[in-house]
Design a protein around this ligand. Structure first.
Ligand SMILES: [Zn+2]
Length: 403
């Protein structure tokens, strides 16, 4: 015998007046009083055998019969499945690994080939329709809500298509139905399934083995004025874009100090023409006195990671730059060692420049053939609209650099 798929809310009773209890010796269930239906309340999931019995009285004296019905009570359930089909309770913000073809165009099936893809499975033996829907909440405090369809694998078993976590609206816009916006790492996301007054939820973590990097911001005061070369809203935007990009690496970028500083005299008198380095290769490449003076003014302890905003930036004479990082693989002379970890950001830069320069600080070199990569030499995309990715190799390099 199979199971009876029923519920008090929308199902049919196990037995109603007029129905036959058994097909062995048919006995009709007659109304013995107020009882017109037989229901079974399951207090916990499991299987049971219930016995219906009839003991004749009066004219039916001597007619006795009993028969049994096997029942199974099942609690609806939500599970999360990693790419290999195994159950999982944490997922990464996707790197869109292998998402771009040799012409650097996003592949149509990029979600279905991403190693960070996952699916949601719902088991509810009451359901037989072709598809059902659930809600997934991925924002901090479950703020971002999305309705996701699940499709019948067999009666009672439903599975979503592949889904990915992304960190910003521009990335999400590539496929609103299957890309889930996560706004922070280390938070829980929740899936919620509702049917017949029963609500079932399950949660998973956004990110795993999360590391934290604190970054200071220093803004030059325009010489001869009290004005900052960039306003503090710009700092917040750059911080936000930086946080979003490094979510792919399971790294939380935290805002440290925000300082302002006066241009040192060497630079104040030569604001649009000072340069950062001398020498072209690692045997003779060094920071200029101007660059060192700016770093000292911006980050007096020389400790930590600091993004230093300046009105104008030239790596070498006549070569404007949006950003320039004092990375250890680039400045190898011992005289520059104290200045490592700082990066200059020009007011002309876009908001991908700060995370790009931090990528250099965290040991990444340029990815010249991948315009979609955060480490492509040109960060500018006509505005900050994504998608700037990191590869798994880059992620591992950065994570090896950050303690
Ligand atoms: Zn660069």
């Amino acid at each position: 015998m199979g199971f009876v798929r029923t519920s008090y809310m929308d199902g049919t009773p196990l037995l109603a007046v007029g129905q036959t209890v058994t097909n062995d010796i048919p006995v009709t269930f007659a109304n013995p009083g107020n009882v017109t239906e037989v229901w079974l309340e399951a207090l916990a999931p499991g299987t049971a055998e219930i016995t219906f019995s009839f003991i004749g009285t009066g004219n039916a004296e001597g007619f006795n019969h009993a028969d049994t019905l096997k029942v199974m009570a099942q609690e609806p359930e939500i599970q999360f499945k990693a790419m290999d089909g195994a159950e999982a309770n944490s997922f990464h913000v996707a790197k869109w690994e292998n998402a771009f073809d040799s012409l650097n165009i996003l592949k149509n099936n990029f979600i279905d080939i991403d190693p960070d893809r996952f699916r949601v499975k719902v088991t509810d033996l009451r359901r037989t329709e072709a598809s059902i829907s659930i809600n997934i909440y991925t924002g901090t405090s479950f703020s971002a809500e999305k309705v996701v369809s699940l499709y019948r694998q067999k009666d009672g078993t439903y599975l979503s298509t592949n889904l990915l976590l992304v960190a910003d609206n521009a990335d999400e816009s590539y496929n609103k139905g299957r890309l889930l916006l996560a706004d922070n790492l280390g938070y829980m996301a929740k899936a919620e399934y509702k049917h017949d007054g029963v609500i079932v939820t399950n949660t998973f973590f956004i990110g795993a083995n999360i590391k934290t990097a604190t970054v200071d911001f220093a803004v030059m005061i325009l010489p001869g004025t009290t004005n900052l070369c960039v306003n503090l809203e710009r700092i917040e935007k750059d911080l936000q874009v930086t946080k979003e990009r490094f979510m792919q690496a399971d790294i939380v970028v935290q805002k440290g100090d925000v300082r302002t500083f006066m241009a040192p005299p060497l630079v104040a008198t030569n604001l649009s023409n000072w340069t950062i380095r001398l020498g072209n290769d690692e045997t003779n490449r060094i920071l200029t006195a101007e660059a060192k003076a700016v770093v000292k003014a911006a980050n007096p302890t020389l400790n930590g990671y600091c993004l230093i905003y300046v009105p104008s930036l030239r790596s070498v004479p006549n070569s404007n730059a949006w950003g320039s990082a004092i990375a250890d693989y680039y400045y190898k002379k011992t005289e520059d060692a104290d200045y490592l970890g700082n990066s200059f950001i020009s007011v002309a830069a876009d908001s991908f420049t700060p995370p790009h320069e931090l990528g250099h600080i965290w040991a990444l070199v340029h990815s010249v053939n991948m315009p979609w990569n955060l480490m492509h030499p040109q960060t500018f995309t006509g505005g900050v609209t994504g998608t700037k990715r990191l590869t798994e190799v880059q992620v591992n390099t950065i994570r090896g650099k950050i303690q």
